[in-house]
Design a protein around this ligand. Structure first.
Ligand code: FAD
Length: 511
């Protein structure tokens, strides 16, 4: 039997990101996946600034090619790939115009990288950080015991079964999560919407079409509709509504029809996807946490709410597990994972199906909600839990980032700073420890007493004149703000320290 603090079940995007973040926090763990490596059919392609910020913090962002700031993504309706454009659709249907310049919100831009190109980067970095990654290893069964979880796994290469005893288990085993099902955790949401079939093919001859400026193509012909896009590496995917099984000859025929010209291609593989909206009714059952698609199944959107939401789950959970395992926080800190992440899952579910493209599929029972802009969802979500002070129910679930100005429960704002001649993002100040940021000597002294990392705003840490610390973080000279290891503002005071505010801060740390 093996013993580990944490067993991660599922080594795809979310399991590997969890592993990477745990490694970065120095937490020993084992990751198992029933497959030997990445799926030959990539799914996700679009990764958001927030995901890239997390990867930047752990030091791998420079291995992931990011799209240049201001890149315009376009989706058009065409008769065929080489045919004339009939119309152009909004990239994010129903997106609300926001008075912010997106490139100013983050030190990162998003990335367009196929899942099977990204996963090896995550795998290598996690392994380098000490992760025990076990491919071809399947979770067969598990039970809860006094130590946490006892898992029975099978090495599919040799058929050997063995047990792993773990204090905690993270189920990143996808939408069909056997862990979630065994625990009997129900899911709610709009449910099943349909099945799609896809065919992935290699077609370098089609790449020239991209020079016209669109990346996604809705194909509309008499009696034939499909969706065509590329992974940017001469691999193209054709998505077909419905669950029809096709022969090789039929697949070649639909590809030719979609291309609209005699361009050479090789079929790589096919896929079958369920389109659905489902959120688990809890993300935690005792020592077991659900993350990624196991917790929230959402259809592909231009906001990237699938994998990106799951990677953010992992980011939220990793530091909490680290602190609890290290005895730096009370086990109750782990309750804040469900409290913070499940509402985010629901927010993204509601927003997805309130947008015009998916509203049509959601059915009459679904009540659309007012739409937030993409930037509000990407940079301005609010989390509420016992690990945040001052994020009350009166606040909206999201808002444009500039409107929050340092509101506890939101992501700490990004500003380019100068520290002793070195340019850095304010986000680079955070990551492993709680950071108390203040211009007040009195508060900086309190930080030392409470074991927080004090950072003096001012002095050798210069904010740009147009974005002074007080305005960006909403803190006057006498006050202070505390940013959690995940970059979420946990607490803020507008005044000099006193017993009341120090007590409130100490409670938020959940020791
Ligand atoms: C066509 C398509 C396009 C998409 N595009 C995007 C996009 O651009 N951006 C985005 O953010 N999201 C996108 N998504 C969604 C994204 O692919 C998923 O959200 C993401 O893959 C979920 O990752 P995951 O790690 O939670 O689960 P999965 O990727 O489903 O991985 C689960 C893993 O668990 C393993 N596993 C399962 N059971 C066991 C077991 N018993 N023992 C051991 N291992 C097990 C599986 O082998 C698998 O590797 C897209 C989805 C589709 C279908």
């Amino acid at each position: 039997m093996l013993h580990t603090p944490i067993l991660v079940v599922g080594g795809s995007l979310v399991g590997l990101s969890t592993s990477l973040f745990l490694s970065w926090h120095g937490v020993a763990h084992i990751v198992i996946d029933k497959h030997p490596g990445s799926s030959p059919h990539p799914r996700a392609l679009g990764f958001t600034e927030t995901t890239l910020e997390h990867y930047r913090a752990v030091g791998i962002a420079d291995q992931i090619p990011q799209v240049p700031a201001g890149t315009r993504l376009r989706r058009v309706t065409v008769e065929s790939l080489v045919g004339d454009w009939k119309s152009e659709q909004a990239w994010t249907p129903g997106d609300v115009a926001e008075p912010v310049r997106r490139a100013e919100q983050s030190p990162c831009t998003g990335a367009a990288i196929a899942q099977d190109r990204l996963e090896p980067i995550l795998r290598a970095a996690a392994a380098k950080g000490g992760a025990d990654l076990r491919g071809s290893t399947e979770l067969i069964d598990f039970q809860l015991d006094q130590d946490g979880v006892l898992a029975l796994v099978r090495d599919r290469a040799n058929g050997q079964q063995y047990e792993i005893s773990a204090r905690y288990l993270i189920a990143a085993d996808g939408a069909g999560s056997a862990v979630r099902e065994k625990l009997g955790i129900p899911r709610s949401g709009v449910g099943h919407l349909g099945v799609l079939r896809s065919v992935l093919f290699h077609c370098p001859g089609a790449d020239a079409v991209l020079q016209r400026g669109a990346q996604q193509f809705s194909i509309e012909q008499q009696g034939f509709r499909a969706f065509l896009t590329t992974y940017g590496d001469s691999r193209w995917v054709l998505m077909l509504d419905g669950d029809a099984e096709r022969t090789e000859a039929e697949l070649q025929s639909v590809i030719r029809r979609a291309l609209g010209a005699d361009i050479a291609f090789d079929i790589i593989t096919t896929g079958r996807w369920e389109m659905a909206g489902r959120i688990a009714d809890t993300y935690r059952h005792g020592p077991i946490f659900l993350a990624g698609d196991a917790a929230h199944q959402l259809p592909p959107t231009r906001g990237g709410f699938g994998a990106n939401t799951g990677i953010d789950d992992a980011w939220n959970l990793a530091w909490k597990l680290k602190r609890v395992l290290a005895g730096e926080a009370a086990p109750a800190l782990l309750d804040t994972y469900d409290a913070e992440r499940r509402p985010i899952g629901w927010l993204r579910h509601q927003q997805t199906f309130s947008r015009p493209d998916y509203a049509a599929r959601a059915g009459a029972a679904f009540k659309p909600e007012p739409l937030f802009g993409n930037d509000a969802l990407e940079f301005g979500q609010l989390v509420r839990s016992a690990a945040v002070a001052g994020a009350g129910p009166e606040l909206p679930a999201a808002a444009a980032p500039g409107e929050w100005a340092g509101q506890p429960g939101t992501r700490a704002p990004h500003v380019w700073l100068d520290r002793a001649g070195r340019r850095m993002s304010s986000l680079d100040l955070f990551g492993k420890e709680y950071v108390l940021l203040s211009a007040s000597e009195a508060w900086l002294a309190v930080a030392g007493e409470l074991g927080l990392q004090p950072v003096a705003a001012g002095g050798d840490l210069a904010f740009p004149p147009a974005q002074p610390f007080g305005a960006v973080f909403g803190v006057p000279p006498a006050g202070a703000t505390v940013v959690r290891p995940d970059g979420i503002i946990g607490w803020r005071s507008q005044a000099a320290p006193d017993d009341g505010s120090i007590g409130e801060l100490a409670a938020t740390l959940m020791r």
